[in-house]
Ligand binder design. Structure first.
Ligand SMILES: Nc1ncnc2c1ncn2[C@@H]1O[C@H](COP(=O)(O)OP(=O)(O)OP(=O)(O)O)[C@@H](O)[C@H]1O
Length: 297
């Protein structure tokens, strides 16, 4: 069993994920062999350029899209082999989803409480239990005062926090958020991020957040960069406390190696040493060096 950077059991395991969209004779490879392991209780940020495959990855993890090839397991569920009924149960009970567009996360004609009660009703909870759970969740995410308001009567941040309460209603193991702070100013974005943190710490939920916002990605312990449908690099952060008691965050970037041992060498490194098609690998006591092909010069 793979062990994550945090040493916890993996909750999410994607291996060699491929997702090809076919439009007539045109193929778009949204995912091209993506590997990702996320530990139970971990919170990671997924970053990468537009079109890299981030949203596709979230859709697959949400059980809303099926990969063309590869394997994906979440909390023991094999997402490539679910029956229709299992897929519904997975989407209802195991995973919660928050989108960027505040308006798309909530049913506009229901109050905040009504919105949180909806997934509880779909899971068969009775009216009293629903109401109590909805009120409690809205209080927990800091929008108890909005319980009887319609989304149009709430700020963007209040709507996103309500959306997080909706996503948490059925006690999911995994919370997915696609640019949850994309439409918010920085102070409000921080409140929404703090609510995701709360879900991670208080409810023990594993959180995967896709973001372009460095203020978000700089605050998580692990940021995974997706490029051309693959995980390319990871940044790990840890807090170090100096002797004078001051703490500082140490960030270290790693390249990701797949099962076959393939590593992508960043373009700036290749250009700096004019590395082309052929390179020399040298095994040393504590490192593997990658050297230019002198014959080619
Ligand atoms: N339903 C679809 N049909 C065809 N192509 C698609 C579909 N969904 C995504 N793609 C293509 O797959 C690639 C990856 O898209 P995806 O939305 O996952 O990227 P992204 O990293 O989330 O981008 P962004 O940051 O702009 O949201 C893109 O080239 C996109 O055009």
């Amino acid at each position: 069993m793979p062990v994550t950077t945090q040493g916890s059991r993996p909750l999410v395991e994607c291996e060699s994920l491929v997702r090809i969209h076919q439009h007539g004779s045109v193929e778009v490879q949204a995912l091209q062999g993506l590997d990702l392991v996320v530990g139970a209780g971990e919170m990671i940020a997924v970053v990468g350029p537009s079109g890299a495959g981030k949203s596709t990855l979230l859709s697959v993890l949400a059980g809303a899209d099926l990969p063309t090839a590869g394997s994906v397991r979440v909390a023991g569920w094999d997402l490539t082999a679910l029956s229709r009924a299992q897929r519904l149960a997975y989407r209802r009970d195991v995973v919660g989803f928050v989108r960027q567009q505040t308006a798309r996360n909530l049913v506009q004609y229901l109050t905040a409480r009504g919105n949180v009660e909806l997934p509880l009703a779909l899971a068969g909870r009775g009216p009293r239990a629903r109401r109590a759970r909805a009120v409690e969740l809205l209080e927990t995410v800091g929008v108890g005062h909005c319980a009887d308001r319609l989304p149009s009567q709430m700020s963007g941040g209040e709507q996103q926090r309500t959306a997080i309460a909706v996503a948490l209603a059925n006690g999911p193991r995994l919370l997915l958020a696609d640019e949850p702070t994309g439409e918010l100013d920085s102070a409000t974005a921080q409140e929404v991020f703090d609510t995701l943190r709360l879900a991670q710490h208080e409810a023990g939920v594993t959180v995967v957040v896709v973001t372009h916002d460095p203020a978000v990605s700089d605050q998580v312990e692990r940021t995974v960069a997706v490029r051309d449908g693959r995980t390319s690099t990871e940044v790990l952060r840890r807090t170090e406390v100096a002797e004078d008691g001051a703490s500082r965050v140490i960030a270290q970037e790693y390249a990701v190696m797949d099962r076959a041992g393939r590593v992508q060498v960043p373009r700036e490194y290749r250009e700096a040493l004019a590395l082309t098609r052929r390179v020399r690998l040298a095994l040393e006591a504590d490192r593997v060096s990658l050297l230019p092909d002198v014959v080619a010069r």
